[in-house]
Design a protein around this ligand. Structure first.
Ligand SMILES: CC(C)(CO)[C@@H](O)C(=O)NCCC(=O)O
Ligand code: NA
Length: 623
């Protein structure tokens, strides 16, 4: 790297950045010393289940919005145009379904870990399989999250790489371990605000320097970066309306529906309504986050398009390019580079802190507690804190492995979400929507699903990654002919232009389909194995674990026909019980549930789901 090209920070920039770290630690300390002082697992892992919807919703966005998206989305828009923006369409169903299917089922069972559901519905084995898969996914993810901003910053500014990794990892471990979930959620709130502020500052300055909104638009338009709706049905095309708008729904479901980091936030809400409301509130904020990062890509394009700047960019990876752009533009505006760096690290910190806390929760609830039912609360809390801190160390180790990975980290992360999160989503769908599925089917489905998923995922890497490494595509008028799934490396988009055949076609499935494809594999294999080994009987299924999907979809049919078609009636489903809450339920949710308005809002599904809690109590006491 040419040192004369390197960007530098002023004192004010360091102050802004230090402020972010100090406030985060402060919030951790405050939550360690206030409230119940983090002396129970209920407080440390579940925030006492007293959270309001506003902090929860901001925290929900923060969980999966890391520096990977902050850097990756502008880089994607800069090179391939605005097609990726259509992923915003997937947010509609991707949040409505969690709000009205997953949250009611999980919340009413009063779970701590989402994988507890799998034991209630299937068996202990399935629960452990689900937990281990989740741990695997999050451990890889958090390594990428802590490494990405540090690496990008290092190549552009010479910021010490491993020093930055260490500082982020340790600060995050500190406040997560001190303040538990409350600290994680409240730092998320602060960090999300910083994240938006940083992006907004870059855009405002960028638009101004580019000569106004219309100028940015004109350059992007002439540079062919404004994409229309691509309705090409070919599943191997990387980004189309179908891969983003439909495939994206499954990606969103695996993250916002069944991922422990998010489920834990729903469960920490004071009421179920509050949890649903927080899920709704994610929608506008997530659209805003997407819009900001897409616009940033366009502004960047407007700045470098057709000018000799692109030579300077050529030496960087696509991700580092974004940092270069920001530093280049904000030079001479003291404090603003610092604000952007704070934005980047806010995004990273909020994601890894969620990962630490959710990993500590599942390790405690799913792997340790079942073997030590008599463990005292004090000891369990201490152990949970030790677990949160240990995952902090694991994260640093993973950052080192990420070092070995390629660039364009956005696609890598979304592919991992699809490869590992997709099969887990399938497992939950199998349990919730298919009463016939049994435990053998669930385990078999998951194993086959993960195998196929890694076969395709690794296949796509092996068959495409080798090849020439051309110079970065410059911002000429011709858009990259991008009909491959492999922009994980900019070189790749130029490699495979001939139509793939046979297995290669299978490997070239768009990474945006991974979640959906893997989810359906698990369901299909799970059902086949279940029918071969003897499907589950109606009366053996724990009530409240099934969501009557078929009945809901056939809402237009008369009652007697529905009964015939949907052979499985959840236990205890009677019309007279519709308005009644089982006493156990009320007691378990304390005051919280009494705030819910009874009456016509409660439909059939909700009424039968109420039985879930009763069944859960019986189950737990029997154990
Ligand atoms: C989860 C989505 C797809 C929602 O837009 C987005 O936040 C994203 O692209 N995340 C990438 C992963 C990350 O930022 O760590
Ligand atoms: Na984040």
């Amino acid at each position: 790297m040419d040192p004369s090209n390197q960007k530098h920070f002023t004192v004010l920039d360091y102050v802004v950045f230090a402020f972010l770290l100090a406030v985060s630690i402060g919030i951790g300390l405050y939550n360690a010393l206030s409230g119940g002082r983090q002396r129970t697992t209920q407080e440390f892992l579940m925030a006492d289940r007293r959270m309001h919807c506003v902090p929860v919703s901001l925290s929900l966005i923060a969980s999966f919005q890391s520096a990977v998206a902050i850097i990756g989305v502008p880089a994607e828009i800069y090179t391939h145009g605005t097609q990726y923006w259509f992923i915003g369409c997937a947010y509609i169903l991707g949040l409505l379904i969690p709000a009205h299917v997953f949250i009611p089922v999980f919340y009413r069972m009063r779970l701590s870990s989402a994988y507890q559901y799998l034991e209630l519905r299937f068996s202990k084995t399935v629960r452990i399989c689900g937990t281990l898969t989740f741990i695997f996914q999050m451990v890889i993810y958090m390594g990428v999250c802590v490494y990405t901003p540090a690496f990008a910053l290092n190549t552009v500014t010479g910021f010490e790489l491993w020093g930055t990794v260490l500082a982020t990892g340790l600060v995050c471990t500190l406040y997560t371990t001190l303040g538990g979930l409350k600290a994680v959620i409240w730092t998320d709130v602060f960090q999300t605000v910083v994240m938006f502020a940083g992006q907004l500052a870059v855009i405002v300055v960028g638009v101004q320097q580019a000569g106004g909104v219309s100028e940015v638009w004109r350059k992007a338009w002439e540079g062919n970066r404004i994409s229309g709706l691509d309705l090409n049905p070919d599943p191997t095309v990387r980004h189309t309306f179908w891969t983003l708008g439909v495939g994206g729904v499954f990606l969103m479901l695996s993250l916002y529906g069944v991922n422990q980091a998010q489920v834990q936030r729903y469960l920490s809400s004071r009421t179920e309504k509050e949890a649903v409301r927080s899920c709704y509130m994610v929608f506008p904020s997530l659209q805003l986050a997407l819009a900001l990062s897409c616009v940033m890509g366009l502004v960047m394009f407007a700045r470098y398009c057709g000018e000799d700047h692109s030579d300077k960019l050529g030496t960087y990876t696509r991700d580092a390019m974004v940092i270069y752009f920001v530093m280049d533009m904000l030079q001479g505006l003291p404090g603003l580079p610092g604000l952007f760096v704070a934005c980047l690290f806010s995004a990273a910190l909020s994601t890894i802190s969620s990962a630490f806390n959710s990993l500590a929760t599942v390790t405690m609830e799913d792997l340790i507690k079942p073997h030590f039912p008599l463990m005292s609360e004090a000891r369990a809390t201490l152990l949970s804190k030790a677990l949160a801190a240990s995952y902090g160390l694991v994260c640093l180790a993973m950052a080192f492995f990420t070092h070995l990975m390629g660039d364009s980290v956005l696609q890598v992360v979304l592919a991992i979400f699809g490869m590992v999160g997709g099969p887990v989503l399938g497992l939950f769908c199998l349990g919730m929507f298919f009463p016939w599925a049994n435990s053998t089917g669930a385990v078999g489905g998951l194993v086959v699903g993960l195998s196929v998923s890694f076969w395709v995922g690794i296949g796509s890497i092996v068959t495409r990654w080798p090849g020439p490494r051309p110079h970065l595509p410059n911002c000429g008028v011709i858009l990259l002919p991008d009909n491959t799934t492999t922009a994980a490396n900019p070189a790749l988009s130029n490699v495979t232009l001939s139509q793939p055949t046979g297995l290669q076609r299978f490997y070239s499935l768009s990474y945006m389909w991974y979640s959906a494809f893997n989810c359906f594999t698990v369901i299909l294999i799970g059902l086949i194995i279940s029918f071969l080994t003897g499907p589950m009987k109606e009366e053996d299924v724990t009530p409240g674990t099934i969501y009557p999907l078929l009945r809901k979809l056939l809402f237009f049919l008369p009652d007697h026909l529905k009964k015939k078609l949907c052979c499985v009636t959840p236990l205890g489903q009677t019309h007279s019980s519709e308005q009644r809450q089982p006493p156990q339920h009320k007691e378990m949710n304390g005051l919280a549930f009494q705030q819910e308005e009874p009456g016509p809002a409660q439909d059939e599904t909700e009424s039968f789901l109420l039985h879930a809690s009763a069944a859960f109590v019986e189950h737990e006491t029997a154990v």
